[in-house]
Design a protein around this ligand. Structure first.
Ligand SMILES: [Zn+2]
Length: 408
């Protein structure tokens, strides 16, 4: 197998807690109505950071579209039910061109991109490059979490504790097409459990080693809140906003089947994408460094509530019950170039240590006989050491402070 030790990597598994819920930064302003690219997507809300029922009052393509999505959201209808309504409407309205989305899924994507439940977007300047100020558009992390927890059927699909199950660990290799070169990426570690009746199912996060260890580090009585971050560029492309980089939040405590539904994720914000004059500039170190800096500064702003913690955790309501949680980032889902930006490893597949999980050499990447002892996992500890000693180059990391090192 290819460098299994990747599984123990900790750079993606940061521990943190929250005490204050202070969403307004000094550098942060609320988004004004005359904002450039965002004027169609963002809606200014009077109600500071408190959220209420989902609202659907923004610019839909037409009134029927808006009413439909409002109905579906308000009554939390399934896609199947929503699609049945679409078919019913189309059949009886007898219009040449339907006013409604092709499917509820499409409608949700549209909604997702322009109007999530009445949360205020803030904007924060994260970098000034070539005399242009670049802004992160973002929403409160804590309110996004609360929004997910407030969905009516989430509590019955929500786990609070580690569960020990009989596991078979499968290691997946993926042939990733990257920079025109086929490289073997150590990609996904999936834990599969065997149920009593022998039926094989994908296990939940709370059966994993990470959960077990993270839970042990909490004070007695506190519960782990597993946060998952990922970006989904497809939503952006449908709106022609390819100059934005959306980051979504999901919660690992929610059972897989439920978590994968559209409404169980929240749009945390849009990261800015820097503009370069030409290709030469785009390939320059100055530009690349600015892009990396903007990315990590954005993460710092987005995840600031986690940093402000002093190990007291946070009380959140689930099913009318207050629960003492410690939120921690468990997983970041990213493609290879994006993962390199998170980890600040060299992006080139020709780099000496191209893997962002571990220190496997380029020559050993495709070595199927590689043993677990042959590769050292990259962790926030050893990477930070190299950075501090000025030897980052020897392990192929960029000379930039990684935001994730700050998370306890
Ligand atoms: Zn690796």
């Amino acid at each position: 197998m290819v460098h299994e030790s990747c599984s123990s990597d900790q750079s993606f598994q940061s521990m943190m807690s929250i005490t204050e819920v202070d969403d307004t930064d000094q550098n942060t302003e609320e988004v004004g109505q005359n904002e450039n690219v965002f004027e169609n997507i963002l809606e200014e809300s009077e109600s500071s950071a408190e959220e209420s029922e989902p609202e659907t009052t923004v610019n839909y393509l037409n009134e029927a579209y808006g009413d439909l999505m409002s109905l579906v959201t308000k009554h939390r209808l399934s896609n199947v039910t929503g699609n049945a309504i679409i078919n019913f409407f189309n059949k009886h309205a007898n219009l040449k061109k339907s006013l409604l989305p092709k499917s509820i899924e499409q409608g949700r994507k549209y909604m997702d991109s322009m109007n999530l439940p009445s949360l205020t977007y803030n904007k924060t300047c994260v970098i000034k490059y070539n005399n242009i100020e670049y802004y992160l558009y973002h929403r409160s992390l804590i309110n996004c979490i609360k929004n997910i927890l407030s969905i009516s059927d989430i509590p019955q699909n929500f786990v609070l504790n580690f569960e020990k199950v009989k596991v078979i660990i499968l290691y997946f290799m993926q042939f990733a097409q990257f920079n025109g070169t086929v490289t073997i990426a150590c990609y996904l570690l999936t834990i599969i459990n065997l149920k009593h009746n022998g039926e094989r199912v994908y296990a939940e996060q709370n059966t994993g080693i990470w959960w077990e260890n993270a839970e042990k580090s909490l004070p007695p009585g506190a519960k782990l809140l597993s946060l998952i971050l990922y970006s989904d560029s497809t939503n952006v492309d449908t709106l022609g906003k390819s100059q934005l980089h959306p980051i979504y939040l999901s919660i690992g405590n929610i059972k897989n089947w439920r978590r994968n539904k559209q409404d169980a994720k929240q749009l945390l914000g849009y990261l800015p994408i820097l503009k370069s004059g030409d290709n030469t500039e785009k390939k320059s170190e100055t530009f690349k460094n600015a892009a990396r800096e903007a990315f990590h500064k954005s993460l710092e702003v987005l995840l600031d509530p986690l940093l402000k913690s002093n190990n007291k955790g946070i009380d959140l309501t689930l099913n009318h019950e207050k629960i003492w949680f410690y939120p921690r980032i468990s997983v970041i889902i990213a493609d290879w170039p994006e993962a390199a930006t998170y980890c600040l490893t060299y992006k080139s597949s020709m780099s000496n240590y191209p893997c962002h999980f571990c220190l496997v050499t380029r020559d050993n990447l495709a070595d199927l006989d590689l043993r677990i002892d042959d590769v050292i996992p990259r962790t926030h500890i050893n990477m930070q050491q190299h950075f501090n000693q000025g030897s980052g180059k020897s392990v192929c990391i960029e000379n930039l402070d990684n935001f994730f090192w700050k998370l306890p």
